[in-house]
Design a protein around this ligand. Sequence first.
Ligand SMILES: Cc1cc2nc3c(=O)[nH]c(=O)nc-3n(C[C@H](O)[C@H](O)[C@H](O)COP(=O)(O)O)c2cc1C
Length: 190
Amino acid sequence: MKKIFLLAIISIVAVLFLFIRCMNTQTKETKSKTLIVYYSRTGNTEALANHIQALTGADMFKIETVEAYPEDYPELTEIAQAEKNNQVRPAIKEEVDNIDQYDAIFIGFPIWWGTLPMVMATFLESYSLEGKTIIPFCTHGNGGVDQGFIEVQKLSSKANHKEGFSLKGIHVDSARLDVEKWLKAIQVID
Ligand SMILES: Cc1cc2nc3c(=O)[nH]c(=O)nc-3n(C[C@H](O)[C@H](O)[C@H](O)COP(=O)(O)O)c2cc1C
């Protein structure tokens, strides 16, 4: 009698163990995949993207324009302003490999002329983002964040949106804790 009782207990424990393992595997397999897309000319937004990557483990995609911008700052600002005024869509060098695999996409950029660089509009218009979760982030010299984030919303109107994060480019190296707080607040990490 004792033996049967012991066997029954062992069997129940074994079934429970297998059930929990199976549930775990399923959770891992259905876990959503995240991509960090960013454009950065002088490295500030890239540093912010790196903080996000380190905290989330997400894949990264760096946007590069087919035509390089001039190194000369005044020349660059003129071109960037003309692109904004004429709503130019600068071509992007490479495409994201199978964007369908991603449920959430971070979109990062520096503020140019009070909004996003036009190449971000090229990116957002190039893919079907319907149903995906879009999370913007940016660096800036002193402002223009709100308009930048509004543009992201407009250019991905069929997506869901989470609250973005922004900071001055000069503060990016020491921003890791703030980035972590933000990611927790928007429930991207625990
Ligand atoms: C063409 C151009 C326009 C800019 N316009 C603004 C602006 O309107 N407002 C602002 O706060 N910073 C502006 N900046 C500063 C950048 O947003 C800031 O330096 C940013 O951190 C650069 O990021 P990156 O290193 O990733 O390129 C501008 C910079 C450039 C090159």
